[in-house]
Design a protein around this ligand. Structure first.
Ligand SMILES: [Zn+2]
Length: 270
């Protein structure tokens, strides 16, 4: 089975030219097709960039194929901004977890199995980066498309601060699937393919758990306010990043209180 830098037997990537600090090299638009089949499933058409969307539509057409459906990994505009135009170009429906984002198709459900001309994919809810974040499992290629939940480089951002508990659960869910479904590569929404999925997901979990244990230690040492914890955990932090650190610390303390790792009641001041 082929898994290389450009894709897998069934998955190929069109990189959108929208690089940036949040989008890395740009948004990955994934095209999935059973070898020799006529139907293509597209994951994340990308931002509202007509040339990119036209290039994706043309690539599919040149393969003698047709877009059966476009799926959205989550609602951020660098993944969804071009969905309407892409649907107009290809005639394909657009489906996402959030019914508001769907065009001519139904909302996706966790665990749902999608089929298109021999291709099979399963929807895996992985909230945390956003509450509507999805991953997609392609069993025949032993790969998982992870959207912005796990990126090809660096660490993912948790969009709303209530998402930490969800995010940790999603990482543990992905790790469980990597092991039990023998996932051999992650195809992220940004950055390169990751061919060491277990190592990558463990890195993500360790990064979060390390921060959490620093917060536990700060509380144990007597810190009782977000400011005190920031001063201890984020030593020498750039003042501009302080509001972001504060919202992370609040989310971490609330999550730790729920897990029973800091005294109950402490989170009320946060
Ligand atoms: Zn995103």
């Amino acid at each position: 089975m082929r898994i290389d830098g450009s894709g897998t037997l069934r998955a190929s990537c069109a990189l959108c030219p929208n690089p940036g600090p949040m989008t890395l090299d740009g948004t990955n638009t994934w095209m999935l097709r059973e070898p020799g089949a006529r139907a293509v499933i597209v994951v994340d058409p990308g931002p509202d960039d007509e040339r990119h969307l036209e290039r994706v539509a043309r690539t599919v057409q040149e393969q003698g194929a047709q877009v059966a459906v476009a799926l959205l990994s989550h609602h951020h505009p660098d993944h969804t901004g071009g969905a309407r135009y892409f649907s107009e170009l290809t005639g394909a429906p657009v489906r996402a977890l959030d019914p508001e984002l769907c065009i001519g198709g139904e909302a996706l459900r966790d665990g749902e199995r999608l089929r298109a001309d021999g291709l099979e994919m399963q929807v895996i809810a992985t909230p945390g980066h956003t509450s509507d974040s999805l991953s997609f499992h392609v069993p025949a290629d032993s790969v998982m498309l992870t959207g912005d939940t796990v990126l090809g480089r660096g660490t993912a951002v948790i969009a709303d601060d209530g998402g930490l508990a969800d995010y940790m659960e999603s990482l543990y869910r992905l790790r469980h699937m990597v092991r039990t479904a023998e996932i051999r590569a992650l195809l992220p929404g940004h950055g390169p393919i990751c061919t060491e999925p277990l190592l990558k997901v463990n890195e993500y979990i360790d990064h979060r758990e390390e921060r959490l244990s620093q917060v536990i230690a700060a509380v144990a040492a007597g810190d009782r306010t977000p400011d005190e914890i920031i001063d201890r955990v984020y030593v020498g932090i750039d003042p501009e990043l302080r509001p972001a650190a504060e919202s992370s610390v609040r989310a971490q303390v609330r999550y730790l209180a729920k897990r029973g790792d800091v005294p109950a009641g402490l989170e009320e001041g946060f």
